[in-house]
Design a protein around this ligand. Structure first.
Ligand SMILES: C[S@@+](CC[C@H](N)C(=O)[O-])C[C@H]1O[C@@H](n2cnc3c(N)ncnc32)[C@H](O)[C@@H]1O
Length: 297
C-alpha cells in the first residue's frame, strides 16, 4: 500500500547544470557540514542526505540525475547586510521565512502563504554564514531524538527527549531519490509482500507538476522512523538549498513536549481528499480517518 505525502506549492526556481565555474565558486565558499550523529539499529545504511537510486539506464533516470547534479542560480547579495535574509528578491523568493526564538530558528507560521516551501541560502550566496537567518535544514537534524519501540504503532517510532518549539526543524526525510517507474515497481513489491512502506511522494504544484519521491527503506536517515498520524504534531515542507530537488523537511506543527512521539500526516494533512484504503491506521487520534492515506502515483 502507498503511504505518501502531498504538499501544495507553486514555485519556479531557475537552475543551471553545474559548470566548472560554479564548481570553482563552490570550492571557494565555506562548505557547511551536516551534523548528524544518529545511526540505525538495523541493517539499513545511514545517509545524511538524499542519494540517487541505482542507474537503471532509463531516460527518466537521466532526467533525475540531471536535476540532482544541477545547482540553483538564485543567491543573495547580502554581504554587507546584517539583516540577511530579509530581501524577498534574493533571499527566500517569497517562500516561508525563519525567525529566531530563544536561540533557535523556527519557521514563521503562515498557512495562507502562497508558496509553502522554504528556499534557504546556499553555497553561492554572499551573506555571512554566521549572521544568516536563512539556513537551518542544511545543518542537519536536531539533537535529542530517539528511535524507540512505539506501543501505539506496534513498530519503531521516533520521539524527542526534550521540548521542541512550534516551527522548529526536526530532521529531513532522506533516502534514495526514485524515478516514478522505479517507485511504482517498488510499491508493487511492497504490496505483494505486505511490507512496511517507506516511500514518500512529495507533490508540488508549479507550471508543471513537480514530484519528488524518496525511499529510505534501505538507505535513509532518522526521518524514516516517523509514523503517520491523522492529527500529527509535525508537518513536512519542501526545502531547497543548492539543488532544485527539494529536501523533505519535517518541522514541529505545534509545541512538542519531551517524550512525545513525532508523527506527520503521510498525505500532507489538512486538505487531504485522496483514497483511504491503505492499512488500518493505529494513530488513535480523535480525528482518525481509519486508514493510512493511500494516493495514486
Ligand atoms: C516510514 S515507516 C515508519 C516507521 C516504522 N514504524 C518502522 O518500524 O520502521 C511507515 C510504516 O510504518 C507503519 N505505520 C506508520 N504509521 C502508521 C499508522 N498510523 N498506523 C499503522 N501503521 C503505521 C506502516 O507499516 C508503514 O508502512
Amino acid at each position: 500500500m502507498k503511504d505518501k505525502a502531498q504538499v501544495g506549492l507553486k514555485l519556479e526556481v531557475p537552475t543551471v547544470r553545474k559548470s566548472s565555474q560554479m564548481q570553482q565558486m563552490k570550492s571557494m565558499s565555506t562548505l557547511i557540514e551536516i551534523e548528524d550523529n544518529y545511526d540505525h539499529m538495523e541493517n539499513v545504511e545511514y545517509i545524511l542526505e538524499n542519494v540517487l537510486m541505482p542507474d537503471d539506464g532509463s531516460l527518466e533516470f537521466r532526467h533525475l540525475q540531471d536535476d540532482y547534479n544541477s545547482h540553483l542560480t538564485l543567491s543573495c547579495k547580502c554581504s554587507n547586510n546584517n539583516n540577511c535574509c530579509n530581501n524577498i528578491d534574493f533571499c527566500h523568493k517569497g517562500g516561508l521565512k525563519y525567525m529566531r526564538v530563544k536561540g533557535e530558528l523556527v519557521v514563521i507560521p503562515n498557512e495562507s502563504q502562497q508558496f509553502r516551501s522554504i528556499l534557504e541560502c546556499n553555497e553561492l550566496c554572499e551573506c555571512q554564514i554566521s549572521k544568516c537567518l536563512n539556513r537551518r535544514v542544511q545543518y542537519g537534524p536536531r539533537q535529542k531524538l530517539e528511535v524507540f519501540e512505539s506501543p501505539l504503532y506496534k513498530s519503531k517510532g521516533l520521539r524527542t527527549t526534550a521540548y521542541i518549539p512550534s516551527g522548529a526543524f526536526i530532521c529531513e526525510y532522506a533516502g534514495e531519490l526514485l524515478t516514478l517507474s522505479e517507485a511504482q515497481k517498488r510499491i508493487q513489491i511492497i504490496d505483494e509482500n505486505c511490507q512496511m512502506n517507506y516511500i514518500l511522494c512529495l507533490y508540488e504544484h508549479s507550471k508543471t507538476r513537480l514530484i519528488t519521491i524518496v525511499d529510505p527503506s534501505k538507505r535513509g536517515n532518522i526521518g524514516r522512523y516517523l509514523n503517520h498520524s491523522c492529527q500529527p504534531n509535525c508537518k513536512i515542507l519542501p526545502v531547497r538549498t543548492n539543488c532544485p530537488i527539494p529536501k523533505i523537511g519535517i518541522f514541529a506543527k505545534r509545541d512538542i513536549l519531551a517524550n512525545e512521539e513525532l508523527c506527520f500526516h503521510y498525505a500532507g494533512g489538512d486538505n487531504y481528499n485522496g483514497m483511504l484504503n491503505g492499512k488500518p491506521c493505529l494513530c488513535g487520534s480523535t480525528h482518525c480517518n481509519g486508514f493510512i492515506p493511500n494516493t495514486q502515483i
